[in-house]
Design a protein around this ligand. Structure first.
Ligand SMILES: [Zn+2]
Length: 120
């Protein structure tokens, strides 16, 4: 099995959305479509978008079934999941955090793990 189904252009597109959102946190999902994986940006509707994010529940409901990765950014550069992320993020899906580096996370065996997957 390949270490990752995700190719570099997909990661670059997700990162570009997050960069465009700065200094607010950027947020979005990678969705599975009939023509392949696509980046789907989401709006950050948090009242304080520089230090966190919230997604409109209706907007999330429209993409939830197709989402294979949820991503967001930490414009302050702090890599990895924050305590708030660990408490709030949906555990059934892979998460990417764009910060000083990209980190990737899954909830496995009752805890969040960070994994490294080669991207091609
Ligand atoms: Zn976060």
């Amino acid at each position: 099995m390949p270490s990752s189904p995700f190719c570099a252009p997909l990661i670059a597109e997700a990162r570009a959305w997050c960069v465009a959102c700065a200094p607010a946190e950027g947020v979005g999902v990678i969705v599975r479509t009939p023509v392949g994986l696509r980046v789907h940006p989401l709006r950050n509707v948090s009242a304080d978008p520089r230090s966190g994010f919230e997604v409109d529940p209706l907007e999330w409901a429209r993409v939830e079934d197709q989402a294979v990765v949820f991503f967001h950014s930490h414009p302050n550069g702090a890599a990895g999941l924050s305590a708030r992320d660990r408490a709030a993020l949906p555990r059934s899906i892979e998460h990417w955090v764009f910060a000083e580096r990209l980190s990737r996370h899954r909830f496995v065996g009752g805890q969040w793990i960070e994994f490294t997957g080669k991207t091609k």
